[in-house]
Design a protein around this ligand. Structure first.
Ligand code: FRU
Length: 487
């Protein structure tokens, strides 16, 4: 084990990033205000933490290519969650337990251990040939340079209740102990196992926190567990469940037994690409989540030497019925320009065009009057050109939302579907963020979210609304153009 090899591999990666960065200068599909890496591939957000008054975002990163491989940890910081500054990479594969060619430094989390920024991550080796996944520690005195712990791996084997898929440690502190959840699998059932420690080095297995009985897939990736408004929330991304990408459970935690008793099951985001969200508590006491916005269909951006972006950070809050709401953070308001507002609009037979910034990067908010609306449904046609369109349909009569990308861009496919809950019977609220290559839709007072990739060009800049079988009454429609926040 040598810090020198680690340093050397970090430098090699840095050189590759500098060489490849100019290649993306002409990229046309780069997001304008969602987080991306400088070049190359990213997947899960890792180690999110508010530390020394700054937001730290780490991420699964392959700087060598625009597809998944040799996992490093990228690192960026921000004062406002909107503008990010890239820092030197935090972790590169360097040890037998996180070997470069056969795995690397997989997902994990960060924690403040008395001023020492500490990372717990999964070291993976022999991937694809009887993978060995262990939990490892790295620490930093300056929150930039990380040393891998000499005693790694800190958890060398899965518990008897788990199997070889054993990864993605998420750590928190409760009273005198650090606790950690990891995702694992046994007899083809996904589960989350719980450990505890006093020093992040010696870990004691506690129990199976929660597990699938067949309904939630064969492996639970990226678990996250946190207190919220007197309850506990478990989030995870199940493998082997069609079209379910990120699930939350709400219930009560018993630290004496290490068991989580849940009563509410919900979807964090119904979209086909949102995956592996991670949460953290910020300086304002908000519980925020950020998700990988590119799962399953990675899109054509590899042709431009990059792949992957993250969702807008969302604040998680608990409703009285113990369901969750996910609200995009208000910091993004600073990017708004050219505000347009119209009130009391009736749409019947004609489509109504919506002016919103340049029609590509914009924010839109609207309130539909459900009492006066007679239409069975209405559709928002977004990012349209002559023959392409992304269609979001709100079916009022049969209470559903669909996000249809089959004609979006000549690449993306599929329709995400969810119930429309209409918690407020009088008003239906809709909040949309459109960026160069993604659309995020929030409705039902932020209970229902759909986000998805849309790799449409700048010519796809027409947006309009159509009522089906009746008229739609919009009480208020506001739009803003969104300025760039990325380099
Ligand atoms: C989820 C995941 C994690 C793993 C990481 C590897 O997308 O498969 O379970 O740690 O990605 O990059």
């Amino acid at each position: 084990m040598s810090q020198a090899i680690h340093r050397e591999n970090l430098l090699k990666a840095k050189k590759v990033i500098d060489e490849r960065k100019p290649l993306i200068k002409k990229a046309k599909m780069r997001q304008r205000y969602h987080f991306m890496a400088e070049e190359g591939w990213i997947n899960d957000p890792n180690g999110l933490i508010f530390f020394n008054n700054q937001y730290h975002l780490f991420y699964q990163y392959n700087p060598y290519d625009s597809k998944w491989g040799a996992m490093h940890w990228g690192h960026a910081v921000s004062d406002d969650l909107v503008h990010w500054k890239y820092l030197p990479l935090a972790l590169a594969p360097s040890e037998p337990y996180d070997n470069h060619k056969q795995g690397g430094c997989w997902s994990g989390s960060a924690i403040d251990n008395n001023g020492v920024l500490s990372i717990l991550y999964t070291g993976t080796t022999n991937y694809g040939k009887g993978s060995v996944q262990t939990q490892c520690l790295a620490t930093s005195e300056d929150a930039i340079h990380f040393n891998k712990y000499e005693g790694n791996p800190v958890i060398k084997t899965p518990p008897v209740t788990g199997g070889i898929n054993f990864r993605d440690p998420k750590v928190w502190k409760y009273k005198d102990y650090f606790y950690m959840v990891c995702g694992t699998s046994k007899y083809k059932l996904g589960k989350v196992v719980l450990y505890k420690s006093i020093d992040l080095r010696e870990w004691e297995y506690v129990n199976v926190l929660a597990e699938s009985r067949g309904e939630f897939g064969y492996m639970w990736e990226c678990p996250d567990f946190y207190p919220l408004g007197g309850k506990y929330v478990l989030m995870f991304s199940p493998m082997g469940v069609r079209d379910r990408k990120s699930i939350y459970l709400v219930g009560d935690m018993d630290y004496r037994t290490g068991k989580f008793d849940y009563t509410v099951i919900g979807e964090i985001d119904w979209g086909l690409n949102f995956y592996a969200p991670q949460s953290f508590l910020d300086g304002k006491g908000r519980r925020l989540i950020v998700g990988w916005a590119n799962a399953k269909d990675w899109g054509p951006t590899f042709k431009e030497n990059w792949c992957g972006s993250f969702s807008i950070p969302r604040e998680v809050k608990l409703y009285d019925d113990n369901t969750l709401m996910f609200i995009p953070v208000e910091e993004f308001k600073q990017l708004r320009y050219d505000e347009r507002k119209i009130e009391n609009i009736r749409i019947s037979n004609d489509k109504m065009f919506i002016e919103a910034g340049d029609g590509v990067a914009f924010e839109l908010k609207m309130k539909i009057d459900l009492e006066k609306t007679t239409a069975d449904s209405f559709s928002l046609f977004l990012r349209c050109s002559y023959c392409q369109k992304t269609v979001i349909t709100f079916d009022i009569k049969s209470s559903g939302v669909t996000f249809d990308r089959n004609k979006s861009d000549g690449w993306s496919k599929g329709i995400s579907r969810s119930p429309l809950k209409k918690p407020d019977k009088k008003i239906l609220d809709i909040h949309i963020f459109s960026d160069q290559s993604s659309i995020e839709i929030f409705t039902d007072n932020y209970r229902t979210v759909h986000s998805g990739n849309v790799f449409a060009s700048n010519k796809n800049n027409k947006n309009y609304i159509v009522a089906n079988c009746g008229s739609v009454i919009i009480n208020k429609l506001s739009t803003w153009g969104m300025n760039d926040s990325t380099e």
